[in-house]
Design a protein around this ligand. Sequence first.
Ligand code: GBH
Length: 438
Amino acid sequence: MATDAGTEIPRFPAGFLWGVSTSAHQIEGAADLREPSVWDVFTAGPGRVRDGSTAAVACDHYHRYAEDVALLADLGVDAYRFSVSWPRVNSPGGLDFYDRLVDELCAAGVRPVPTLFHWDLPAALDWLERDTAYRFADHVSVVADRLGDRVATWITLNEPAEHTLLGHAIGAHAPGRRLLFDALPAAHHQLLAHGLAVRALRAAGAADIGIANSHGPVWPASGDPADLAAADLYDTLLNRLFAEPVLLGAYPEGMAELMGGNAAEDLEVIAGPVDWYGVNYYAPSRVGAPGDGNGEYGGLELPAELPFSVREIEGRPVTDFGWPVVPEGLTELLTGLRDRYGDRLPPVLVTENGCSYEGVDDQDRIAYLDAHIRAVHTARAAGADVRGYFVWSLLDNFEWAEGYTRRFGLVHVDYATQTRTPKASYHWYREVLRAQRR
Ligand code: GBH
């Protein structure tokens, strides 16, 4: 029976960090109690979100955080990855919320793991401006001064690759720009912000700092040279462009010129060492030369001008979002990072992994998570130094351009009443954690 699978998952070492993840804009609501972010501006416009919704209320976590921390405690996770909303911190009383949340987590014995930027930039700021990186460092100092006595583990940024591609290159996410390759300076400024944030955190005494990058294996559509070249470019844009400045202090060949202004000089700051490297994994990508359209990216049609096309991975089950279920892609990713970067790669945390399915008897989610946790175990057995695994997500939440139409939670949220109902996968994950500790 699928629900028994957890007890059979092979054992991970004591100290392996088991967690769940969320982000501020996707769960907090209470938009009236903070400055607007680029996402508030974006979702106010027509046709941006599948169900026309906004995150003004979302899961109302701002008011219900104590109930949500109780769910975490009952689940038995070691750690909770959440994000700190910069526009909230800028608003009177905003930091007090994170202060209360961190206290509640500590009292429940759950390690707080804040992400300092998860896409909800203050509406007045812009990643195309270099100055935003310096403003971010100031914001990070403010948060670290307030929470640093109780927070040990910090994440600078969430997925600068996705924020650049979706938000600045193809316009599917806030701030809704469609700059294609001219979006790359927004990536560089986020990476600079990461480096400056590491410095600010170190100055505040932090010693357990990482970044959460979106990565996945890139499979060429065929052995045809045009497909191989397109897949190689895609791998450079999704994976290497964000890993290498951080881990090696270098942009992939030919890329620094596209990143804008002072890209080369900033690499020393960007490469200030991290203590661990966070990886968010959902699925691999199969990529080839442009063809009959450029295919879809996470359900969004890719602009025809792009020099690659994303192809369907056939013969796999897909989630409700249409993403293929490929657990061995996670093993390939983790061992591939180790092979590519060797001892330049610090210990790795899987900072996000999960899937969207409907329903509270979510056997499909259990099967997905079961297979992916095993894939992490296989990668470890092959020598990849993976130290933790976080499920995306604790709660069903505002899934960006998909609004509330995609449910990633271990806990179901009825948005009309804000009732939380733990799904079968929640009970299953709790059993997995218990079995690991026996
Ligand atoms: C993350 O982004 C975000 O950090 C989080 O906020 C979000 O809620 C969560 O994932 C779920 O979406 O069509 O098979 O090629 C994930 C970014 C972009 C990863 C699209 C998967 C395409 C899969 N995703 N991508 S596929």
